[in-house]
Ligand binder design. Structure first.
Ligand code: ASP
Length: 342
């Protein structure tokens, strides 16, 4: 093996790993043993690159928290053997997976770079080749002997974004993701320019993997005209423990008495209501407008500039840890992995 860094590429499914069937033209997963013939330049990268293919490859629309637990376990088991990890993943739920892993892998201190593509590797114009090669380069990158990106990130179309700040916003362009409230961790052109000031620092603590996730959560997206019936059926769903209230603008909502009353009753039943803005940029500021004052009074928790994807993952992680509701409220308004700006 020599002094070359070792990188583990974990293939979970998604468009990147597909090839067009020569007769039917349909997209099918290809055998990852053939990866070197798809991406010949991999041989020239100065690293030991190993591939691990999940036994069940999925379209990421079939993603489930149980799969995140398997992924986190793979990283835990292989942690000491590799300098960095690259996860090949479908784009549809990549932001959710990146967010979940950021919470599950505490004291990560190594790069976990998720990437995928809009066109399969087996298609000539694929964006997958560049995404894969650059992700490997980033996973290998060291400065003064330390990994430059010791956190969970998404690499896509020339940009490296913090995983738990990312949202998929485009189903067609090669540039599919945005990070509306946090700068890129790196921009890739002729050189890879790292924005060191915005990248998490390493610490000397040991990796701790959290594998309990509680997915008794829901999203209630507000829209003009939302009815009592819809609000009530969401808030009264069985086993519900937390609701993301996707609010307007800086955390605003209708002031109708019935609406506030329903939320208040849910909070009395110990259901957490977490206010996350529908906007892709900017932050929730409860009390800025009259239309959010009552939310603050009844105990709705402001989510600052968290994305909905990360709010879901953070709630699953905190509820899974079985903290009491006071502690969960405190941690929801604390940046645990750089996911919010306070
Ligand atoms: N539906 C695919 C997936 O998320 C799309 C992609 O890979 O980009 O798995």
């Amino acid at each position: 093996m020599g002094n070359k860094p070792s990188i583990l590429v974990i293939y979970t499914g998604g468009t990147i790993g597909m090839i067009q069937h020569p007769d039917s033209g349909t997209l099918q997963p290809f055998n990852f043993d053939d990866i070197y013939s798809q991406v010949l330049v991999l041989e020239n990268i100065n690293a030991n690159i190993e591939f691990l293919e999940f036994e069940s490859l999925i379209d990421s629309s079939n993603m489930h928290p149980d799969f995140w637990i398997k992924l986190a376990s793979v990283i835990e088991n292989k942690f000491d053997d590799y300098q960095g990890f690259v996860i090949l993943h479908g784009t549809d739920t990549m932001a959710y997976t990146a967010s979940a892993l950021s919470f599950m892998l505490e004291n990560l201190n190594k790069p976990v770079i998720l990437t995928g593509s809009q066109l399969p590797l087996g298609i000539i114009r694929t964006d997958g080749r560049d995404n894969l090669i650059n992700s490997i380069e980033i996973a290998m990158a060291l400065k003064d002997g330390n990994p430059i990106v010791p956190e969970v990130a998404i690499y896509f179309e020339n940009r490296l974004l913090r995983g738990n700040r990312t949202t998929k916003t485009n189903a067609e362009n090669f540039s599919a993701f945005i990070s509306g409230n946090y700068p890129s961790l790196a921009e890739v052109g002729v050189r890879i320019k790292y924005n060191y000031n915005f990248i998490n620092r390493t610490n000397s603590k040991k990796l701790k993997v959290h594998k309990e996730l509680d997915y008794n959560v829901a999203i209630l997206k507000l829209f003009p005209g939302i009815s009592q019936h819809i609000v009530s059926s969401t808030l009264n769903a069985s086993n519900l423990k937390a609701v993301i209230l996707e609010s307007f603008g800086s955390g605003n909502a209708p002031t109708d008495k019935w609406f506030i009353k329903q939320l208040e009753n849910a909070i009395k039943r110990n259901i957490l209501i977490f206010n996350v803005t529908q906007c892709k940029e900017g932050s929730v500021e409860i009390g800025k407008y009259e239309t959010s004052v009552d939310l603050g009074k009844i105990g709705v928790i402001g989510g600052f500039d968290i994305t909905t994807e990360t709010a879901i993952a953070k709630l699953m992680y905190l509820l899974g840890a079985k903290h009491n509701s006071g502690k969960i409220k405190k941690l929801l308004t604390t940046s645990l992995r750089g996911e919010i700006t306070i």
